[in-house]
Design a protein around this ligand. Sequence first.
Ligand SMILES: Nc1ncnc2c1ncn2[C@@H]1O[C@H](COP(=O)(O)OP(=O)(O)OP(=O)(O)O)[C@@H](O)[C@H]1O
Length: 225
Amino acid sequence: MPQPVVAIEQLVHRYESAASERPVLGGVSLVIYPGEIVVLTGPSGCGKTTLLTLVGALRSAQTGSLQVFGKQLVAAAPGALVAIRRRIGYIFQAHNLLSFLSARQNVQMALELHSTEMLAERSAAMLTAVGLADKLAAYPENLSGGQKQRVAIARALVNRPPLVLADEPTASLDSASGRAAVELLRDLAREQGTAVLLVTHDSRIHDIADRLVRMEDGLIVGGGA
Ligand SMILES: Nc1ncnc2c1ncn2[C@@H]1O[C@H](COP(=O)(O)OP(=O)(O)OP(=O)(O)O)[C@@H](O)[C@H]1O
């Protein structure tokens, strides 16, 4: 077996504001291997987004073990979390595009943190891969919801990250464009060997998963292994 991209063991998380209550994550274990597409489902409030933000190094992990790219994130220093974040692509429910930048500039933004080589070409090539070759200069306000989410997918993948995290990526889209967007994400992730952890309520896109993981009440109840 290759080294896991994500290895979680008995991860427990409590929000400070609710310190006395039951933890939001009550001992989660989950392993994701390179190139695997894992879809995480479960009822509202069961802890999916909390788990995604912990894996994404967007909040500090407290108890248990959470390794991303072989690095332990429980009790990690803030600088170590920043270094992990640079190697992850993120796709959120709202596309989070910057309105004052064109489609190409929004994708290029992800690259400027890392390299100075051929930024415009790489961004344009990625937008072409998501079917937006004719929209490079368009601003978000002139793109449809599905097109904006495809720009967000291009931005998440342009660095060829080993891991992409997606939180309800179809929530603001109609079912046809939602499906097209996640199929595109799956196909590009496959080509690049990128692992994907995707949170969704949308049962119509469960079939894009290599593995479907179900959470309830802060625990994984199916597909975790
Ligand atoms: N910043 C926070 N402070 C305190 N409690 C929080 C915070 N964020 C989330 N929670 C609580 O933690 C629990 C899990 O929330 P989380 O957003 O992880 O669930 P979810 O499964 O993603 O839900 P949904 O599907 O509705 O997005 C909920 O009870 C929520 O109210």
